[in-house]
Design a protein around this ligand. Structure first.
Ligand code: BGC
Length: 335
């Protein structure tokens, strides 16, 4: 009897140990709208790195900017049996279909960086995008308090483009009202791309006679496109203050060449690690921690975790980007 008791206890201990170490490997579908900006390569690498560290599986799908393909990819992943979906929406207005389909499979959806409008989105991990816009304007106004500004927003189907735009408008309004800033033109840019930004600004510069002092541009690829357009219209390096977003390696090179002045950086590693950690927690324990804010998506207040952006320029890029291990000295100085 005693022997049987000892055997049972050992068996129970063994079973508990096995079931803990063999805790179900969480399978996460990561749907990304496109990888055309180098920013997203960093997100993918960090998401994968964290998943490897904590023993989760990532299945990645890149929609190449096609919202219909993204919906199809979501359904493939749901049929494959993913436990959760992390989604960078290709279109904030139509991605609600992904959330609807996922919920039919009882799979939670986490908006990553981008909101999904008018949907029952479970959580959002993102950044304080109004601050991104505010920081661009604060920086530009300090350098050029009086002058001609052009404003180049992102893609109108991305909620982030609107949040950044709101931050810009709120911060710039008093400077326009008191007559110090003249906005020569402002535009959205489809896909947030270099080519589209260059094309639009080229056309505007063909017709305007005003000398441009500042270009508030909402991400790095577009900023480089705007610089190319300006260059084609006889502007040289360091002549126009040009802002960007994401603090990519292309920005750092552009800044060192006098093509861009600043970029609003964001803690991508924290975002990526935070997203993977919360998804694993959610799947294993049915709860997610640290969602202390909400963002309204038109249908509900989505529980959100929003990380803070920061300004990168010549004064701090070495400490912030090289010192903190985002890029190596060799990458930055192209050695
Ligand atoms: C992101 C930016 C990015 C842009 C284009 C936006 O949703 O917030 O960081 O540059 O998409 O990929």
């Amino acid at each position: 009897m005693k022997r049987f008791f000892v055997f049972s206890v050992v068996a129970l201990l063994l079973f508990t140990a096995c079931s803990n170490s063999g805790a179900k490997k969480v399978k996460i579908g990561f749907l990304i709208h496109s990888t055309s900006s180098s920013r997203w390569q960093m997100d993918i690498a960090y998401v994968q790195e964290r998943a490897d560290e904590i023993g989760a599986n990532i299945v990645l799908k890149d929609a190449g900017g096609d919202e219909n393909l993204q919906l199809k990819q979501a359904n493939e992943l749901l049929k494959e049996g993913v436990d959760a979906l992390i989604v960078v929406a290709a279109n904030q207005n139509t991605a609600a279909g992904i959330v609807r389909d996922a919920h039919q499979y009882k799979v939670p959806v986490i908006g990553y960086d981008r909101l999904i409008k008018n949907s029952d989105l479970d959580y959002l991990v993102s950044f304080e995008y109004d601050k991104v816009g505010q920081y661009m304007v604060d920086y530009a106004i300090e350098k050029v308090p009086h002058g001609n500004y052009v404003i180049v927003w992102g893609d109108a189907t991305d909620a982030n483009a609107i949040f950044v735009k709101n931050g810009i408008e709120k911060t710039l309004a008093p400077h326009i009202e008191n007559g110090n800033v003249n906005v020569v033109f402002k535009t959205y840019v489809e896909g947030w791309t270099y080519e589209n930004a260059k094309h639009i600004v080229d056309e505007v510069l063909d017709f305007t006679t005003e000398k441009i002092d500042v270009a508030i541009v909402c991400n790095d690829p577009m900023a480089m496109g705007v610089y190319a357009a300006l260059e084609g219209h006889a502007y040289g390096p360091n002549e126009v203050i040009i802002t960007g977003q994401d603090a990519t390696l292309e920005f750092v090179h552009g800044m060192l060449d006098g093509k861009m002045s600043m970029s609003v950086g964001k803690p991508i590693k924290e975002l990526a690690y935070g997203a993977v950690d919360m998804v694993v927690d959610l799947v294993r324990n049915n709860k997610a921690k640290g969602f202390d804010q909400v963002v309204n998506n038109g249908r509900k207040d989505v529980p959100a975790k929003l990380y803070s952006p920061y300004i990168i320029d010549k004064s701090n890029f070495e400490s912030e980007l090289i010192g903190k291990g985002v890029f190596t000295r060799e990458q930055v100085f192209r050695q």
